[in-house]
Ligand binder design. Structure first.
Ligand SMILES: Nc1ncnc2c1ncn2[C@@H]1O[C@H](COP(=O)(O)OP(=O)(O)OP(=O)(O)O)[C@@H](O)[C@H]1O
Ligand SMILES: [Mg+2]
Length: 255
């Protein structure tokens, strides 16, 4: 496979659907990236601020909630927060911040703002992981413009296929689209839905990776401890599953 030399890889953990494991996956993949020695930025694009809460306990008090200045790349260094983990920085977000799509709607080059902003971080990071809010629209357009990879968690259930095909269509309509991959998330092995999903829909969805993430109490507990399972319990089944997923998506991009 020919590979593109990408200095700073941008991976969006994205789905049109809510509650499918985007934040959990973004956090653990960013953690693994940093553990591999890659200078990593976890970019919290969701004003629910779940990733920010996990890594920083919320927005710092002094953090100015001027989303427009942020989107213009002003005071970049002051926007980036160190975390307690080596090689891992955070672009925080939270409910105090203005709604991203409303801000974007009033700006010029509204669909390219994120890509332009990330260009300014070239050289500072090897990997940027975007924790995305659910849904299509202006924020998603920015994500599709900025990312090299769209990684989509799917719950093994029939409606998930529809969601994945919707994203594929949205990407296909673009002149230059990022690569899309999907994986099954929160798999309960006892229920067999995982195998059933792959048997029924695997052919329609070649983007579906064989790697999957189990439903796991360690992952549930990480929201209490606020320590990603890949850091706290690297040998656990859940952490190993994230590690396999991380390796699978880290093949070079085709030209
Ligand atoms: N593999 C898993 N096993 C058990 N629980 C999980 C797993 N993945 C995620 N969860 C839990 O499911 C809930 C939703 O996960 P998460 O917040 O990652 O989803 P999301 O797609 O980011 O949601 P939203 O669309 O609201 O941002 C959280 O409470 C999380 O701890
Ligand atoms: Mg989330």
């Amino acid at each position: 496979m020919n590979s593109q030399k990408i200095a700073m890889r941008v991976m969006a953990v994205y789905s049109v659907k809510g509650g499918v494991g985007k934040t959990t996956s973004a956090l653990n993949l960013a953690m693994l990236s940093s553990l591999q020695g890659r200078r990593t930025l976890l970019f919290d694009l969701d004003s629910q601020g779940a990733a920010t809460w996990m890594l920083n306990g919320g927005l710092p008090k002094a953090h100015k909630a001027d989303m427009r200045r942020m989107l213009k790349g002003k005071d970049l260094d002051a926007r980036l927060l160190d975390t307690r983990y080596k090689n891992l920085m955070l672009w925080p977000n939270g409910p105090e911040h203005a709604d991203l799509s409303l801000e974007l709607a009033e700006m010029k080059h509204a669909t390219e703002r994120l890509a332009r902003l990330l260009e300014r971080l070239e050289g500072q990071f090897d990997e940027v992981v975007l924790d995305c809010p659910p849904g299509l629209g202006l924020v998603a357009d920015n994500i599709f413009e900025a990312a090299h990879d769209i990684l989509m968690p799917l719950i093994p259930a029939p409606l998930s296929l529809r969601a994945a095909l919707q994203v594929r269509d949205a990407l296909a309509a673009r002149p230059k689209a990022p690569r899309m991959s999907a994986f099954l998330s929160m798999v309960d092995r006892r229920r067999g839905l995982h195998r059933q999903f792959v048997e029924e829909h695997g052919a329609e969805l070649p983007e579906l990776l064989p790697e999957w993430i189990p439903a796991s109490s360690e992952i549930e507990r990480q929201t209490v401890s606020r320590v990603p399972v890949t850091f706290a319990q690297p040998r656990s089944e859940a952490a190993q599953a994230y590690y396999r997923l991380w390796r699978a998506i880290h093949v070079p991009l085709a030209d």
